[in-house]
Each structure stands twice: as structure tokens, then as C-alpha cells.
Design a binder for this molecule. Structure first.
Ligand SMILES: *[C@@H]1O[C@H](CO)[C@@H](O)[C@H](O)[C@H]1NC(C)=O
Ligand SMILES: *[C@@H]1O[C@H](CO)[C@@H](O)[C@H](O)[C@H]1NC(C)=O
Ligand SMILES: *[C@@H]1O[C@H](CO)[C@@H](O)[C@H](O)[C@H]1NC(C)=O
Length: 243
């Protein structure tokens, strides 16, 4: 076995544990499972202390956005974040995954991220915290709405990614991620607490009719209204190739 293979199989880890009496769960734990990776950027540029604080801040922000206190609608009292190489653990590539109150962040993604990895880490945590606490209509809500709500969390917390498509982008309201996040921000502008109420309604089931109930218009009408605010009349933009 070559040394590069070896360090991936040696399982050593560092742990950051944080107890809190404030709003939200009583315990947060962060595992740094990258400590045997050479030049771990998580270890060098982010670190356990920052990660624990950011996890708590993201959780509290989500609970506030959803109008939930203490352990929220889901009742999680213990929140776990594991930063690990998905490749080394045989997981398919993803930036991060969540399972209940557990979040797994892919150290491979952080390792090669072009730019400020601490900011990106923080933004991802706000996104995954949205996934951890949000309702999904018992699995029946469009995936694009779920990722959109999570990026709405990231957006409103001030951790939007600079490379996101601009407001007004997208083909459908539930394209997901930043596209849906910006649409939800528009809806929130029409009616404060819109996202809070929508999430609360999604506890057991989901229907597009929730938009009518909350805003008096169908979700497609709202999408048209939103799009028309960003239509710039004038010549079509020059064609560009690549990016
Ligand atoms: C990483 O974190 C988990 C927590 O889920 C811990 O149990 C485990 O020992 C650590 N190491 C690896 C390689 O998973
Ligand atoms: C999610 O977590 C539960 C409980 O910890 C575990 O039983 C289950 O296997 C996990 N699911 C996945 C896909 O990892
Ligand atoms: C949620 O969905 C599962 C199966 O997908 C079903 O068994 C369960 O009854 C549903 N719960 C509610 C509250 O509708």
C-alpha cells in the first residue's frame, strides 16, 4: 500500500463539542475526520472551533426563519456535523448530505474549492441546516422547493455564493437552489413570514395550492409576475460561447 492510500485508511479524528443553554438544541458536535489528510483545508483554513460556532449560528438562524424555538418542529436536541472525504468513505460525490439531524460535508469538495473555503463552508452549513429542519410535505414537496428554501436560508443569512445566477433567472419556479431561493425572496416581499408559513404548512403534505392560500395567486402566476420584473426590454444579448 502506498503512503497516500494509507493515510486514508488510518482512522483518526478530532472532535469539537459545544453545549448551549440558548435557543436551539442543547448540543452540537463536529467531527473533523480529515485530520489524516495531508494539508487538510478544513483543518487549516476553517477549524473545529469555527465550525462548531457556525453550526450553532446556522441552526439558530433556521429556527428563527421558521419561527420555531428550542428544538424546533423536528425536536432535534443534538446536531452532528461530520467533515470527511466522501471518496475515502466510498460515498458518491456530493457537496454535502444530511440524514435527520446529521450532516456530512465532503472534504474533497472543500479541498479543491477555488476561493474562500471558509465562506463556502459557512454557506453550505446554512443550506444543510435548512434541510435538517425544514418540512418536506412528508416527502411530497418538489425537490426544487426544498433546495430553494435551503438556499433562501443561505441567501437571507448573507452567505449567498457569488457565482449564483442573478435574480430573475430560471425557467420554472421549482428549478431549485438559488433560482427558487430568489423567487421565494420575492414571495416573502409580498407577504412577510411567507416562508415561515409555507414551511409550517408542509409538515404533513404539500400542494401548490398553498401559494394561493398564502398569496392569492397560483404559483405559476406568481412566477410570471416575478419574471416580468426582471425582463429588460431591448435587443437580445449577443451570443456567448463557453462561459
Ligand atoms: C468520523 O465521524 C464519525 C461520526 O459519525 C465517527 O464515528 C467516526 O469514527 C469518524 N471516522 C470515520 C472515518 O468515519
Ligand atoms: C440515517 O441515520 C439512521 C439513524 O442514525 C440510520 O439508521 C440510517 O441508516 C441512515 N441512513 C443513511 C442513508 O445513511
Ligand atoms: C408519510 O408517508 C408515509 C409513506 O410514504 C406514510 O406511511 C405516512 O403515513 C405518511 N405520514 C403522514 C403524516 O401523512
Amino acid at each position: 500500500m502506498r503512503p497516500t492510500q494509507l493515510f486514508l485508511f488510518v482512522i483518526l479524528f478530532a472532535v469539537g463539542l459545544k453545549s448551549t443553554g440558548a435557543n436551539g438544541p442543547s448540543e452540537y458536535e463536529v467531527f473533523d475526520n480529515t485530520t489524516k489528510t495531508l494539508d487538510s483545508r478544513f483543518n487549516k483554513e476553517i477549524g473545529l472551533d469555527y465550525a462548531s460556532d457556525a453550526l450553532q449560528a446556522a441552526t439558530e438562524f433556521v429556527l428563527k426563519t421558521f419561527g420555531q424555538s428550542k428544538t424546533g418542529g423536528r425536536g432535534y436536541d443534538f446536531i452532528l456535523l461530520v467533515v470527511e472525504s466522501f471518496r475515502a468513505n466510498g460515498r458518491p460525490f456530493a457537496i454535502a448530505t444530511t440524514n435527520g439531524s446529521q450532516t456530512f460535508m465532503n472534504a474533497d469538495y472543500l479541498q479543491t474549492f477555488p476561493g474562500n473555503v471558509k465562506d463556502e463552508f459557512t454557506g453550505i452549513l446554512y443550506f444543510t441546516s435548512g434541510l435538517v429542519w425544514g418540512w418536506t410535505g412528508n416527502g411530497s414537496a418538489p425537490v426544487g422547493l426544498i433546495t430553494g428554501i435551503s438556499d433562501y436560508i443561505r441567501l437571507t443569512a448573507g452567505w449567498a455564493y457569488k457565482g449564483w445566477p442573478p435574480r430573475g433567472s430560471g425557467l420554472q419556479w421549482d428549478d431549485g437552489y438559488a433560482i427558487t431561493a430568489n423567487f421565494l425572496a420575492y414571495c416573502e416581499g409580498l407577504r412577510p413570514r411567507f416562508v415561515l408559513d409555507l414551511n409550517a404548512m408542509m409538515i404533513d403534505s404539500y400542494s401548490d395550492a398553498y401559494f394561493v392560500k398564502l398569496l392569492g395567486k397560483s404559483v405559476n402566476e406568481l412566477w410570471e409576475d416575478y419574471k416580468s420584473e426582471y425582463t429588460t426590454p431591448g435587443p437580445a444579448p449577443a451570443q456567448t460561447f463557453g462561459h
